[in-house]
Design a protein around this ligand. Structure first.
Ligand code: FUB
Length: 319
């Protein structure tokens, strides 16, 4: 499995993997096979729909469940259906996804299904007070559910440092604290935030917030949350330096203390992942651009086993 694209009949990226009904379900972005010029605003990522995939075993065949949601069926969205995630609660499945609204700002929407393989029906409006990209939904053992989100540059996160949208918002100076990803607890029905989004602070080994200039460790995009032996592992992409890294905390809100790297840069600019336990083994799902020979917006999914050492550190991996 390691090294081979999981799916090669279409381009896919940003895999969010979960175990539902005894199978691994993967909720990725669907990269379009189009020509496009790269820029830092991410205009090359013009995705319009989502497919869901599943696997009965970690080495098994990948089933494509087909298109489960299209931007034309999302009343509030205009374009760019980026990295989604899914959650299960109260007998229903929820797909959380970012897209640009009619004013061209990224928002996060939710769509529902009775089945993990969809199709999903979108709510009429985006989640109130949502902004930016890359939702990661997390349902804790006590049933409380959260969405982590945020991404710099094309994802607009640095434009919300004051809490309001500022079209001229920039990343802070290198010696100032880095831009924080956000978390919001979800309402019992999973359809809205039950609180204003809160900032997530990532600390260095001395207990100081990571600085904006610390590009090899500071948050950029692609958050993921998993729990291992009672600790909360918040992992993410460092974007401009292309690492997958993680930080550990004692509760879903953090703060989280930076611990180390999971994966070095892959082929292609972006790196985005998820981590899931299946049949007593842990797996890293990620993407690279190998299937297209390195085209940034034509990516493919990969997976490989992830291991911890005796202290709970993730053992760094090679793609
Ligand atoms: O797929 C579009 C964007 O690229 C995602 O939202 C980011 O995480 C990056 O993978």
């Amino acid at each position: 499995m390691a090294g081979k694209p999981l799916i090669d009949h279409m381009y896919t990226a940003d895999p969010s993997a979960h175990v539902f009904e005894n199978r691994i379900y993967i909720y990725p972005s669907h990269d379009l096979d189009i020509d496009s010029i790269d820029n830092d605003n991410g205009d090359q990522y013009q995705m319009t729909d989502y497919h869901v995939f599943s696997m009965e075993s970690a080495e098994g065949r990948v089933t494509d469940h087909g298109e489960v949601l299209h931007v034309k069926d999302v009343p509030w969205a205009s374009r760019q259906m980026w990295a989604p995630d899914a959650a299960y609660k109260n007998g229903e499945y929820y797909l959380y996804f970012p897209a640009r609204d009619k004013e061209n700002n990224f928002r996060i929407g939710v769509a529902r299904s009775k089945s993990p393989s969809g199709p999903f029906k979108a709510e009429a409006n985006y989640i109130k007070k949502s902004f930016s990209i890359d939702p990661c939904s997390f349902v804790d053992d006590d049933g409380s559910a959260y969405v982590y989100f945020g991404g710099l540059w094309g994802g607009q996160l640095e434009k919300y440092t004051t809490g309001q949208f500022n079209p001229d918002g920039k990343e802070p100076a290198p010696d100032a604290p880095a831009v924080c990803p956000r978390i919001a607890r979800l309402t019992e029905d999973m359809l809205e935030f039950s609180e204003d989004p809160r900032k997530i602070v990532i600390l260095d080994e001395k207990g100081n917030p990571l600085l904006a200039g610390d590009e090899e460790r500071r948050y950029f995009e692609g958050p993921w949350m998993h729990k291992y032996k009672g600790k909360y592992y918040f992992s993410y992409s460092t974007g401009s330096t292309h690492f997958l890294v993680y930080a550990v905390g004692d509760n879903p809100y953090g703060p989280f203390t930076y611990k180390g790297r999971i994966l070095p840069p892959v082929i292609g600019w972006t790196t985005h992942h998820s981590i899931v336990e299946f049949k007593n083994k842990w797996y890293l799902f990620y993407h690279d651009s190998s299937l297209s020979g390195g085209v940034n917006h034509k990516r493919c999914l990969k997976m490989q086993e992830l291991k911890y050492d005796g202290q709970g550190h993730i053992i760094p991996m090679e793609p």
